[in-house]
Design a binder for this molecule. Structure first.
Ligand code: ZN
Length: 123
């Protein structure tokens, strides 16, 4: 795990949770715009995104939430802050700005060159 101070970890954890809640609100708003959906249905939806529903609307949010979930899991497994490609530190500033970041800047650039479709939003 990257070398964070206790204080940095607390900040990063807060940033992760905040971003996650923001996304959850966005998804809920977009879904409730188009259909009546209860909280239970929303959770079900987020856990098992059905194939037969057009998810383009919330795809970006769902993807980012998955990444945040992964980061939160890493946080408790003490692997948080390491680039999933090269294993180097992602960096505190970058994580604070992009809590869902899974790669260091160098690997992210490389990833976007290799998989331009997956990494860019459809907007
Ligand atoms: Zn890297």
């Amino acid at each position: 795990m990257a070398n964070f101070t206790e204080d940095q970890l607390i900040q990063l954890k807060a940033a992760l949770h905040k971003r996650y809640l923001e996304l959850q609100c966005e998804v809920r708003e977009e879904l409730t715009h188009t259909q009546d959906i209860s909280n239970e249905e929303l959770i079900e939806y987020l856990n098992h995104v059905p194939d037969d529903i057009d998810t383009a609307l919330v795809d970006r949010q769902i993807n980012e939430m998955r990444e945040l979930e992964m980061s939160m899991r890493y946080l408790s497994e003490l692997e948080f802050g390491d680039c999933i490609d090269c294993g180097n530190e992602i960096g505190f500033e970058r994580l604070l700005a992009y809590p869902s970041a899974q790669r260091c800047i160098a690997c992210q650039n490389q990833f976007e060159k290799t998989f331009p479709k997956e990494s860019k939003s459809s907007l």
